[in-house]
Design a protein around this ligand. Sequence first.
Ligand SMILES: [Zn+2]
Ligand SMILES: [Zn+2]
Length: 192
Amino acid sequence: MGRLNKKKSALSISLDEVGESGYHLSCSKSEEWIRDIVRDAANSDFTFLDGITIQVDVFRMGKEFSARGVISTALTLPCVRCLDDFAYPLEAQFHYTLCPSASVESLPEMEVRRGDLDVVYYNKGTDLDLVPLLVEQIFVTIPTYPLCGETCKGICQQCGENLNNRSCQCSRENEKISAFEALKNFPLKQKS
Ligand SMILES: [Zn+2]
Ligand SMILES: [Zn+2]
């Protein structure tokens, strides 16, 4: 029943109050706030550098609602090539269609279906909890293979040096070896 307790990080929209002209929500939340809502979402290897700004427009479409919005924040991600953390500005645009849940008895749980259209089921009389939607948007926007830059040189496989900071001697050694290998292979190729 813990899910029914209002957390201090709650952010919700009362759908009953969405009128003909729609409902606009625009707010900024602190770094602590966003850290708090994402903390239990996954054992993530990123940290937030900034708070989050949230803008959502909700419109009524018969029994359904349309929720369009944009979030922006900044975080640090570990580069997959050089393993160093780098700053990543995150901006995500989203569009959810909110459909009334078939069963009124069910818990006010969110069920999110990915596809062309993101659908969220809501129970009549309950507020739309924006927190799970924001968490989802953050995770789908973070790149699977984050790179600190297109030109990242990565780390040396032999000595572990970050080649963006300093070049090591290993590559020169490798050049000597590969030149030697090339010479060694040259007569063999001639024979075949
Ligand atoms: Zn890198
Ligand atoms: Zn090296």
